[in-house]
Design a protein. Structure first.
Length: 304
C-alpha cells in the first residue's frame, strides 16, 4: 500500500453539534471526570496506606484504579474541551498518539481484569495454597505482563493505522481517534488491515473473556461443597469484579469484535467504557466491600 498522506489534522464531530446540549454535556462530563480522578485516587491512597489491604486482590485493584485514571484521561479532557469550541481539531500526530495510548491502557485493563479473576479463582478454590501460588513476586510478574500485553497490542494497532494513506476527507465522526473511524477515511482498500485489526482485538478480547468465564465456572463448581454462609461470602467477594467485567467487556466486545464498520451508537457506547465504567469502578468496589470502607474510614479519621 502506498503511504500517501495529505492530511495534517483531523476534524472531530464530537458528541453533538447542538450548542445547548453541548453546554449541559460539558458540565456533566466535567463532574464525571473529576469523580474518576478523585474516586480512583482515593482507592489508591487507601490501599497504599492501609495495613489491612495487603492481599493480592487489593494490589491488583490499585493498579486497576491507576489504569482507569490514565485511560479516561486519554479521551475525557479533549472531549470536555471540544464541547465548548466550534472547531474540534486534532493533529495527525496527536490522533495517532491518542490511538496508541488509548489502546495501551484499554488493553492493559482487560488483562488486569483477567488477572483479578484468576486471583479470585485461586483464593476461593485453593485457599490453603493461595499465599504460595499468588505471592508478591507472581503479582509483580502478572502486572508487568499485563502492561507488556497492552503495549504489544497497541503497537500493532498503531503500526497498522500509520500505514493508511489519507488524502481527504479528514472529518472523523467520533469524539476521539480510533481505528475503525480512521479506516473509514483511508483512501485505499483497507480490507486486509481491517481484518488484522479485528483479529488483533478479537483474539485478545475473546481469549480473556474465555479465561474469565472458565475462572468463574471453576469457582461456582467449587462452591457446591461449601456451606451456604461460605458460598454467599465468596459470591459477594466476586460480585464486584463480575459487575466491572460486564460493564467493561460488553461495550468493548461490541465495538472491536466485529468488521470495520461504524454505527451511530458507537460514540455513546464508547463513552460508557472510556468514562462511565472508570467512574463507577471505585463506587462498585467500595460500596460492596466492607474492608475497603473500613480502611477509608480509618484514613479519613487519621487525616481529620
Amino acid at each position: 500500500m502506498e503511504n500517501k498522506n495529505n492530511v495534517t489534522e483531523f476534524i472531530l464531530h464530537g458528541l453533538t453539534q447542538d450548542k445547548a446540549v453541548a453546554k449541559v454535556l460539558f458540565s456533566l462530563f466535567l463532574v464525571f471526570y473529576a469523580t474518576i480522578i478523585l474516586g480512583n485516587l482515593l482507592i489508591i491512597s487507601t490501599i497504599k496506606t492501609s495495613e489491612q489491604l495487603n492481599s493480592p486482590m487489593y494490589f491488583f485493584l490499585s493498579y486497576l484504579s491507576f489504569v482507569d485514571i490514565s485511560y479516561s484521561t486519554v479521551t475525557a479532557p479533549k472531549l470536555i474541551y471540544d464541547l465548548l469550541v466550534e472547531e474540534k481539531s486534532i493533529s495527525f500526530v496527536g490522533c495517532i498518539a491518542q490511538l496508541f495510548v488509548g489502546h495501551f491502557f484499554g488493553c492493559t485493563e482487560i488483562f488486569l481484569l483477567t488477572v483479578m479473576a484468576y486471583d479470585r479463582c485461586i483464593a476461593i478454590c485453593k485457599p490453603l495454597h493461595y499465599t504460595n501460588i499468588v505471592n508478591r513476586s507472581v503479582c509483580g510478574w502478572l502486572v508487568a505482563l499485563s502492561w507488556l500485553g497492552g503495549f504489544v497490542h497497541s503497537l500493532v494497532q498503531t503500526l497498522l493505522a500509520i500505514q493508511l494513506p489519507f488524502c481527504g476527507p479528514n472529518e472523523i465522526d467520533h469524539y476521539f481517534c480510533d481505528v475503525h473511524p480512521l479506516l473509514k477515511l483511508a483512501c485505499a482498500d483497507t480490507y486486509i488491515i481491517a481484518v488484522t485489526v479485528a483479529a488483533n482485538s478479537g483474539v485478545i478480547s475473546l481469549s480473556c473473556f474465555v479465561v474469565l468465564v472458565v475462572s468463574y465456572a471453576v469457582i461456582l463448581v467449587s462452591l457446591r461443597t461449601r456451606s451456604s454462609e461460605g458460598r454467599l461470602k465468596a459470591l459477594y467477594t466476586c460480585s464486584s469484579h463480575i459487575t466491572v467485567v460486564v460493564l467493561f467487556f460488553g461495550p468493548c466486545i461490541f465495538i472491536y469484535m466485529r468488521p470495520s464498520t461504524t454505527f451511530s451508537a458507537d460514540k455513546m457506547i464508547s463513552v460508557f467504557y472510556t468514562i462511565i465504567t472508570p467512574m463507577l469502578n471505585p463506587l462498585i468496589y467500595t460500596l460492596r466491600n466492607e474492608e475497603v470502607k473500613n480502611a477509608m474510614k480509618k484514613l479519613w479519621n487519621r487525616k481529620v
